[in-house]
Write a new protein. Structure first.
Length: 360
């Protein structure tokens, strides 16, 4: 049974679980409106995850998705070199860089407490990013009746997801905002666009495909469905909703020049992620051969630099994740946005049907 039918969604839409932005109130509002809301628990611990899941459940009785991620490998030498490189930027704002970097977010793969929370609360859907957990964890989640999804950026990753017994694949194109879901961040990346990737996976993989990346309106959802996707996943489209946790600077940047020039960079967090162009992404031009520490270790430095700059009135070092469709963003309540997307999708489908009838 497909995700749409199993959870009786009235629109084939998943709100992407952008950690730090996707709040329980946003996820619940999306689910209540007939789509699948999502929360990301990769940036919290097991106690925080339990509170987030319980809050979503207190706001809606409908299905929702919980998103988790894989972890990092520490490299003290590389981390020290990274801090040395950032030191002049900290000095510009009268601050010192951290003396050492921490793994600020614990990986789902290394967090039995997080696994225990998911097994205890059994959210309707759990999705994986940056790879897959162990077969034992997957088996335990399936035994609780949880629908499982995982992100793929290539056919090889989709094949691994299918072999692991996952229920659906999120086909993440290079246009997508936020962290790229590659299994190995230093391996060659073919950087496939969402529509090429979606069609490739529809043809050569046996799982339902959810298209993700740069989709901002009903016409984009319709295009994904026409290519064989079962649903579309939208993240950037929901950043401007009042229920999201985006701060004022982030919201303002969505309407600024940086929205037209999103950048895929590893500098902020340690993994490739697409963000609005700002002072932090501009550092890509001077990083040369330096490689930042692994995610989320590099994020510890990025957050400290952002805090130092923000204290001096500079907001250009924030992690303002956004896809290439950012200029199409609309500021409206989440339920209204889902309603608009539904209407746009239906109009596009009707138009397509009329056009086909005219040809016949």
């Amino acid at each position: 049974m497909s995700l749409i039918n199993r959870f009786e969604l009235s629109v084939p839409l998943i709100q992407a679980p952008m950690a730090g932005v996707a709040t329980p109130s946003l996820a619940a509002a999306v689910s209540e409106a007939g789509a699948l809301g999502s929360i990301g628990v990769g940036a919290t611990d097991a106690t925080g995850a339990r509170a987030m899941i319980e809050e979503v459940r207190s706001r809606t009785t409908r299905a929702f998705n919980v998103f988790v991620h894989a972890g990092a490998k520490a490299d003290l030498s590389r981390e020290a070199q990274w801090l040395d490189w950032l030191a002049p930027l900290f000095a510009e704002y009268g601050a010192q860089p951290p003396t050492a970097l921490r793994t600020i977010y614990k990986s789902f793969a290394d967090d039995p407490d997080m696994v225990a929370v998911l097994l205890d609360l059994a959210p309707p859907v759990v999705s994986f990013h940056f790879g897959l957990p162990s077969a034992d964890v997957l088996s335990a989640l399936r035994a609780r009746g949880i629908y499982l999804m995982a992100t793929a950026t290539s056919l090889d990753e989709a094949h691994a997801i299918e072999a692991a017994g996952i229920d659906a694949v999120v086909a993440q194109g290079i246009e997508a905002g936020g962290h790229r879901g590659v299994f190995d961040p230093i391996a060659p990346d073919d950087a496939l666009g969402v529509f090429a990737l979606t069609r490739l996976l529809v043809r050569k993989n046996n799982l339902p495909i959810i298209a993700a990346g740069g989709i901002m309106d009903g016409a984009g959802i319709a295009a994904a469905l026409d290519l064989g996707a079962s649903a579309a996943q939208l993240g950037t489209a929901f950043v401007a909703c009042p229920e999201s946790a985006a701060d004022d600077a982030y919201r303002a940047a969505l309407t600024g020049e940086g929205a037209y020039h999103t950048v895929l960079t590893s500098l902020i967090s340690g993994r490739p992620a697409r963000a609005l162009a700002n002072r932090f992404t501009a550092l890509s031009q001077s990083v040369n051969e330096r490689r930042p520490p692994d995610y989320p270790i590099a994020y510890d430095a990025g957050k400290a630099l952002h805090a130092a700059a923000k204290a001096q009135g500079e907001y250009g070092f924030g992690a303002q994740w956004a896809g290439q469709g950012a200029p199409l963003s609309r500021a409206m309540p989440a339920a209204a946005l889902v309603g608009a997307l539904r209407e746009e999708l239906e109009l596009r489908q009707i138009k397509g049907l009329v056009e086909r009838c005219d040809v016949l």
